[in-house]
Design a protein around this ligand. Sequence first.
Ligand SMILES: [Zn+2]
Length: 80
Amino acid sequence: MEESTKVSLQCFFCFSDQFVLPDEGKAILSGDLVECANCGRLNDYDSLMRVAKRKGIEWVEEQVQEMVDDFTKQLKNVFK
Ligand SMILES: [Zn+2]
């Protein structure tokens, strides 16, 4: 198990991020349904990815904002 991304999928019903994954080597395809390992309900993979990507973008924006804040602080220190 390797953590390849900070963006994780989340069940629409119980918000668990645990899913029943298909057999190794079998990819989840667009249009597939993925079963939640917690509540057992089926989530539409395309919708899950859309939400995950939106979260991913928010995460990136946060990181950039933090960098800008740090940089601004450093600048202020320089001109003290
Ligand atoms: Zn669930």
